[in-house]
Structures are given as structure tokens and as C-alpha cells.
Design a binder for this molecule. Structure first.
Ligand code: BTN
Length: 234
């Protein structure tokens, strides 16, 4: 476990680590009570009001073959921490966590490369924890509090980190294969017809599996498709 840096207010915990990674140690965690310029996937904004948990981890792994799967490890870790509170969250591939079918968490991973390769990976997560109302999110969303679970974001964070560090080395050396069974158990869309949007090529079909690489396998109109990234429309 690395050093934890906490801010009452920050533009974005991911941006902070992007700007300061060179001076910070591997496994540093940054959290903030409020973000004024929180960022989501596909350049979306992540509104970050007080009551939510906003944090990012700085990682400087020496083995980088499986860094794409760290996002899925974070989704699984957040699921497990919420399960410890007695709830039954699910994972919406690749890395959203849902509770009662509504979004409770989003994860944004960013990789910084330099001339000599990958300098670091930043895994940032926003969890709806104690907000009274998350209707400002542009899709069905819920907070733990709205689901009747009262917990402080500062208490939830160490629990998520524990789950994350427990599997971290294994994911770096073995990739998604080391998460696959646990991940699939929490993925409710196997056998369901879904659409995936990723900006350029959208696809619709029946989900047949999550592969050993962590990609989504879809039986689509023009055959079996392997989806690397995208947003599930369910
Ligand atoms: C998404 O679902 O689009 C991903 C949202 C990720 C939000 C988190 S909050 C902490 C970290 N800092 C950011 O600016 N974004 C991530």
C-alpha cells in the first residue's frame, strides 16, 4: 500500500497524478472530497459533488503486458467492497459497477508513455456513496445512501484498496485470467442481447462470453465479434 494524499477540493485526482507522476512514488493514492473538473471516459465530464468517493492510484509496474486489465480489477475490487456492506452489485463490462441495475461507479484508467515506454498507469474511480440524489448523472444512477447503505467515503476507500492490492501482482503477471471467474460471476449479461457503442463501430448481438483476455465476445449479425472497448447499451 502506498502513500495516501487527500484534498478537500481538487480539479481531478487523475489530472493531479498526470501532472505530478514523476515526483510521486509507485502506488500513491490521491483522493478528494470534491472535484471541480472530474473526467469520465470518452472525454465526458464526471460531476463530483460532496458525498462521493473520488480517488486515483498511481502505478509504475515493471511488467506491463496486462495493464489494460487493471481497470477490470478495480471494478471487481469496488464490487467486493460493496458486497462487504451487504449489497449485491454487478459489473457492466468493461468497468462500470451497478447496483439495482443503476450506475454506482465509473472508472477511468490512463496510461502515460515516454520515449522509453510506459511511465505509469493511473486508475481513477468515482463511487456514488453518500450523495442524497445522483439524478444529475446522465443515465440511471444510484448512490449507496439511496440504496439504504450509510457509509463514509473515507471508510470505503481502504476496503476497496485492500481488495485491489490483494490481486494486483497476480493481474500484472497473469492478466484477466486470474480474475475471470470472479468477474463473470458478477456479470449479468451473459446470454443477453446487448449493443456496444464505441464511437466508430457499434455492434449488437448476444453476449457469449468474456474471454481470457477480458474482451467481450458477441454473437452478432455478421458472426462472432471480439469487442475490446465500448459502452454497453442494455
Ligand atoms: C466513467 O464512468 O466515465 C469514468 C468516471 C471516472 C471518474 C473518476 S472520479 C476520480 C477520477 N478523477 C477523475 O477526474 N475521474 C476519475
Amino acid at each position: 500500500m502506498g502513500k495516501l494524499i487527500h484534498f478537500a477540493e481538487l480539479n481531478s485526482t487523475n489530472t493531479y497524478l498526470k501532472e505530478n507522476f514523476a515526483a510521486l512514488a509507485d502506488k500513491t493514492v490521491v483522493s478528494a472530497d470534491i472535484q471541480t473538473a472530474g473526467r469520465g471516459r470518452f472525454n465526458r465530464q464526471w460531476i463530483s459533488q460532496k458525498g462521493g468517493l473520488y480517488f486515483s492510484i498511481l502505478l509504475k509496474p515493471t511488467q506491463t503486458d496486462y495493464i489494460v486489465n487493471l481497470t477490470q480489477l478495480m471494478a471487481l475490487s469496488i464490487c467486493k467492497a460493496i458486497e462487504d456492506l451487504g449489497a449485491k452489485p454487478t459489473i457492466k463490462w468493461p468497468n462500470d459497477v451497478q447496483l439495482n441495475g443503476k450506475k454506482i461507479c465509473g472508472i477511468l484508467s490512463e496510461t502515460i508513455t515516454q520515449q522509453n515506454g510506459i511511465a505509469c498507469v493511473i486508475v481513477g474511480a468515482g463511487v456514488n456513496v453518500a450523495q442524497r440524489d445522483v439524478s444529475y448523472v446522465g443515465q440511471p444512477a444510484i448512490s449507496l445512501r439511496e440504496a439504504g447503505i450509510f457509509i463514509d467515503p473515507d471508510i470505503l476507500l481502504p476496503s476497496i484498496l485492500n481488495h485491489f492490492w490483494q490481486k494486483y501482482d497476480q493481474v500484472l503477471s497473469q492478466g484477466f485470467a486470474s480474475l475471470r471467474e470472479e468477474y463473470k460471476k458478477r456479470f449479468p449479461y451473459l446470454g443477453k442481447v446487448i449493443s456496444v457503442k464505441n464511437g466508430t463501430a457499434d455492434a449488437t448481438g448476444t453476449v457469449t462470453d468474456i474471454s481470457a483476455k477480458g474482451t467481450l465476445l458477441l454473437n452478432a449479425d455478421n458472426g462472432l465479434e471480439e469487442i475490446l472497448i465500448g459502452d454497453l447499451i442494455v
